[in-house]
Write a new protein. Structure first.
Length: 299
């Protein structure tokens, strides 16, 4: 039988990004957590960690972390069904969710609120944020219990539910358009655009579709609200979720570009087959909120 203290150590090292932080998280010494990993690797006869900075799981380590996430959800279910009247039920339950940044900046918080008083359980969220095109890697590596991604295909051991489409608009401020003398959309090719990170290609897709070109004149702004404020201030132009810029458009702080051009990014909720009740409740609420806030195929 697997010693889950060993898997807990592996999980903590990967999530915390190092042995020392993981030891602090588990309230043990760094030498103790190192011994746990050595024991685990001795039992398996192969390494579970790549000793890089930060440490990364090997192929075997990823499979173990995936298994551990499902075990955590089974334990959450047992806490509700079998331990409701014990002190264990009062222990905080941590839900680790990976999401794209723009969902977190728009519709997702409304869905998260459903668990505030679920069965009087004390629920904590740990959110890992990345671009929707790569965030599923967090689930593949066993780091999280659920994930919001643009990838439609479920991973091994997982399932997927369709949420809807997050619509992006190409926008810029009147100040920006005047400063760079933008008269027609083709003038944008010589102007600075904003991107969130190296995985953010929405602005490049806009240029390819509308201007039939590209640019390397970009500003990197990895903050959703900062991104919006930089657009309003005239730092550059870019793609912003319609949900996030509707007020700025109404107040004429931002103007849409490219004859009402938009990009719809489909979003999917990924979860493990052994889904805990709290995760099911959260997924149900997320689907309900998404049906109202995100664009649906029949709309």
């Amino acid at each position: 039988m697997m010693d889950y203290q060993l898997l807990e150590a592996l999980h903590a090292i990967v999530n915390e990004g190092g042995f020392e932080k993981a030891a602090n998280k588990l309230f043990i010494t760094q030498s103790a957590i190192s011994r746990r990993i050595q024991t685990l690797e001795s039992l398996l006869g192969e390494p579970v960690l790549i000793r890089s900075k930060p440490p990364k799981p090997t192929g075997k380590g990823i499979r173990l972390l995936n298994h551990f996430q499902q075990v955590l959800q089974l334990e959450m279910e047992l806490n509700i069904e079998s331990l409701a009247d014990t002190a264990v039920s009062a222990m905080p339950i941590t839900i680790r969710l990976a999401t794209n940044r723009d969902s977190l900046a728009t519709w997702l918080p409304e869905a998260l609120s459903i668990l505030n008083g679920l069965d009087q359980q004390q629920v904590k969220f740990e959110l890992l944020v990345d671009d929707q095109s790569v965030v599923l890697n967090k689930m593949k590596s066993g780091e999280v219990m659920a994930c919001i991604s643009s990838e439609p295909n479920a991973i091994n051991g997982g399932k997927v539910s369709y949420l809807g489409m997050l619509r992006y608009r190409a926008v810029a401020s009147p100040t920006f358009l005047a400063k760079y003398k933008v008269v027609v959309v083709q003038d944008l090719i010589k102007c600075p655009c904003l991107i969130f990170d190296e995985n953010d290609n929405l602005q490049h897709q806009f240029l390819a579709d509308i201007v039939k070109g590209d640019t390397d004149f970009v500003h990197l702004l990895p903050c959703p609200e900062g991104f919006k404020q930089a657009l309003i201030a005239g730092v550059g132009y870019g793609m912003l979720p319609e949900l996030q810029c509707v007020d700025a458009l109404a107040e004429n702080k931002l103007i849409t570009l490219g004859d009402e051009y938009f990009i719809d990014v489909p979003l999917y909720w990924h979860y493990w087959q052994s889904e805990a009740p709290q995760l099911k409740a959260l997924r149900t609420q997320a689907l309900a909120v998404a049906s109202l806030r995100l664009h649906q195929p029949d709309k």
